[in-house]
Design a protein around this ligand. Structure first.
Ligand code: IPM
Ligand code: MG
Length: 350
């Protein structure tokens, strides 16, 4: 049985995932690692961005570490064959409804942010993004021709009580192990789905998590507060689309998208899906300059959340911190190390 399935994917995905693999082989040599095709490369080779074999392998593994998908060469592929469609199908197929996206400021990088040092120093924010519902998956969705000319496009935002409650539960549980505060973001002032979101979170809080501090915020205000005073947040729970946007904003707080990992979790006992928050970065793909730390830290999250290896996760996390404290920097962090050299540096720290 596979412990860790690697889906390197497209663009810089294979480059950064290769460094996570080196770390995994050094730190946990007993892990059974396998690799599969995924994304645009899989579409080119097999006619689908997510083959039945890859999905079956993902569901049978203990954890899946993905690189990145997509690139300009697939922009005109049919929508359901695009690399991004493969990623959504993988998330849905694995049932990973809760996406944990930490925005954490490593002390040596406090000056790498575009915000003032005092605003982000010590930042430790966790976004919990609903990942298998909402407007990403809602039906109907279509583009139709209008009789008088022009077209009409429809996407549907839809949430059920069950979908909201299970992701909110993850947020409350996480908060209890952190600073005990949950902020729930929606647009209850204009959207019915936002109204239901607020009600369900409030009810769950009253019923099971009254010991946790709960705050509601409108999603647009959340965007503003994240750049104004991000340290006011502990756990921020929100829907799929708002989570997509707010997690990019919060990722940039830390200086580079190249640093941040994520974990997508389903019900207990099912495999988690781990991926760097950054995309395939076609502009630097193949040059060997991408920062592999987001991928390496995604493996760290896999050790912690799916592989039952918290001690090794702690060791790896500390090693990454030391690597940065020693001054190792890839280009995105203002340095000149290559992807492989950053991998070497982490291995040396380990
Ligand atoms: C993300 C990405 C994806 C998303 C894309 C690649 C489909 O932006 O993981 O945040 O929108 O969820
Ligand atoms: Mg995104």
């Amino acid at each position: 049985m596979t412990d860790l399935l690697l889906l390197p994917g497209d663009g810089i995905g294979p480059e950064v995932t290769a460094q996570a693999r080196r770390v995994a082989e050094a730190l946990t040599p007993d892990l059974k690692i396998a690799e599969g095709p995924f994304g645009g490369g899989s579409f080119d080779a097999h006619g689908s961005p997510l083959t039945d074999d890859t999905l079956a392998a993902a569901k049978a593994a203990k954890a899946v570490l993905m690189g990145a998908v997509g690139g300009p060469q697939w922009a005109s592929a049919p929508r359901d064959k695009r690399p991004e469609a493969g990623l959504l199908a993988l998330r849905a197929g694995m049932g990973v409804f809760a996406n944990l996206r930490p925005a954490l400021c490593f002390q040596p990088l406090a000056d790498a942010s575009s915000l003032k040092r005092e605003v982000i120093e010590g930042l430790d924010l966790m976004i919990v993004r609903e990942l298998t519902g909402g407007i990403y998956f809602g039906a109907p969705r279509f583009i139709e021709d209008l009789p008088g000319g022009g077209q009409r496009a429809v996407d549907t935002q839809v949430y059920t009580t069950m979908e909201i409650e299970r992701v909110a539960r993850v947020a409350f549980e996480l908060a209890r192990g952190r600073r005990n505060k949950v902020t729930s973001a929606e647009k209850s002032n204009v959207m019915d789905s936002g109204l239901l979101w607020r009600r369900v979170v409030t009810d769950l809080h009253t019923r099971d998590y009254a010991d946790v501090e709960l705050e509601h915020i409108l999603a647009d205000n959340a965007a503003m507060q994240i750049v104004k005073n991000p340290k006011q947040f502990d756990v921020l729970v929100t829907d799929n689309l708002f989570g997509d946007i707010l997690s990019d904003i919060s990722a940039q707080l830390t200086g580079s998208l190249g640093m941040l990992p994520s974990a997508a979790l389903g019900v207990a006992g099912t495999p988690g899906l781990y991926e760097p928050i950054h995309g395939s970065a076609p502009d630097i793909a193949g040059q060997g300059v991408a920062n592999p730390l987001a991928s390496i830290l995604s493996f760290e999250m896999a050790l912690r959340w799916s592989l039952g290896r918290p001690a090794e996760a702690d060791r790896l996390y500390a090693a990454v911190g030391r690597t940065l404290a020693d001054g190792a920097r890839t280009r995105d962090l203002g340095g000149s190390l290559t992807t492989v050299q950053m991998g070497d540096a982490v291995l040396a720290s380990l």
